[in-house]
Design a protein around this ligand. Structure first.
Ligand code: F6P
Length: 364
């Protein structure tokens, strides 16, 4: 144990919000260990994301609470998709929720609120900082779609799970001479499908950023068949959409998808492929397996580094920021940087060219 250093923050609250992901506990441990050991701070663990701060559901976190959690999946704090600045059809009004959060922040004598989450969580953090609270954010999500950081923790673990699933589908697709569609998470951004697709050698990869033309996919699959390949693997992000859909107005697209994305986009694309090619096609949706279980070594390292960096921000009193990985450095960006945005795969991203260079069809 080194000597205790000076800290601008005496007491902070910590919460995890949005969908969970591997690495959340590693990040909680990173923040808390550094906050206790280096700065002797007091920590309040808030349950179930922002909901706990509305419903007064919290507990004092002691050093023993974060023992042994580095490798554990999920979050010891619980999570929810509560968005206090959004009407979610429950009994609470926005103004009531926000004032409850502000009141409880003061009641707990917090100097800062540390929020671990994705776009929604960091956007809420930013809005709360505009309301006068001190907030520090950490970027987590398997989707890797937060502006301001090169990578989010959770992504690497989900990539490994997605890749293993694609590897496993190869042998059964080959045995049965089938096309197999695998749907991975990613409503708005296709990072996970693109990376897992390249890592697993997907023959077609469809992401929301590149609307697909089923005729192009059909030609590609026929081309593979005529070159002697008896199976194909099609990797689909859950937000994948056709060229026709991309041209629709938002409302019209929503309606169209409600009618055709049944039960999910992976199944729809499997049907479209079968109709277009006459090839036997199956769909697999990987679902929540992608978010569960132990974090990869890489996510443990990133989550720990971001966590300890967040404790350093607290000690320096640098509030209103989100810790981030930029290049090979851990740094921090203003919370306004990620707020209200989604980091999509840019059309000129090198990975798109990599995929095409190894013969993968991107649907266009
Ligand atoms: O955490 C982000 C994410 O994994 C998205 O890719 C997915 O669309 C979403 O969560 C689904 O999660 P839930 O069903 O928990 O809202």
């Amino acid at each position: 144990m080194g000597t205790i250093r000076q800290s601008a923050t005496r007491t902070f609250g910590i919460l995890t919000a949005g969908g969970d992901c591997p690495g959340l506990n590693a990040a909680i441990r990173g923040v808390c260990r550094a906050a206790y050991d280096r700065y002797d701070m007091n920590i309040v663990g808030i349950a179930d994301g922002y909901r706990g701060l509305i419903d007064e559901n919290w507990r004092i976190l002691r050093p023993t609470d974060v023992y042994g959690i580095l490798t554990r999946g999920g979050t010891i704090l619980g999570a929810s998709r509560e968005k206090p600045f959004k009407h979610q059809g429950n009994e609470y009004e926005i103004a009531d929720k926000v004032s409850a959060i502000k009141e409880n922040y003061r009641k707990l004598n917090l100097d800062c609120l540390v929020v671990l989450g994705g776009n929604g969580t960091n956007t809420t953090g930013y809005l709360l900082s505009q309301e006068g609270l001190n907030v520090v954010g950490l970027p987590k999500t398997i989707d890797n779609d937060i502006v301001g950081t090169d990578r989010t923790f959770g992504f690497h673990s989900a990539l490994a799970i997605g890749t293993e699933a694609i590897d496993r589908l190869h042998s059964t697709a080959q045995s049965h001479s089938r096309v197999i569609v695998i749907e991975l998470m990613g409503h708005k951004a296709g990072w996970l499908a693109l990376y897992a697709g390249v890592a697993g050698g997907g023959d077609v990869i469809l992401i929301p950023e590149i609307p697909y033309d089923i005729k192009v996919i059909g030609r590609h699959l026929h081309g593979r068949a005529s070159s002697g390949k008896n199976f194909s693997i099609v990797v689909v992000a859950e937000g994948a959409l056709s060229v026709e859909e991309s041209k629709m107005e938002k409302k019209e697209r929503k309606k169209y998808r409600e009618q055709t994305v049944v039960p999910t986009i992976g199944y729809r694309i499997a049907r479209e492929i079968e109709e277009e090619t006459d090839m036997e096609t199956r769909a697999t949706v990987l679902g929540y397996v992608q978010r569960g279980g132990i974090p990869s070594a890489s996510d443990r390292v990133l989550a720990t580094s971001l966590g300890t960096a967040a404790a350093d921000l607290l000690a320096r009193g640098e509030y209103g920021k989100m810790v981030a990985l930029v290049g090979d450095s851990i740094t921090a960006v203003d919370l306004s940087v990620p707020a209200g945005k989604v980091k999509s795969v840019p059309q000129n991203h090198y990975m798109l060219d990599t995929a095409m260079a190894v013969g993968t069809c991107l649907g266009q």
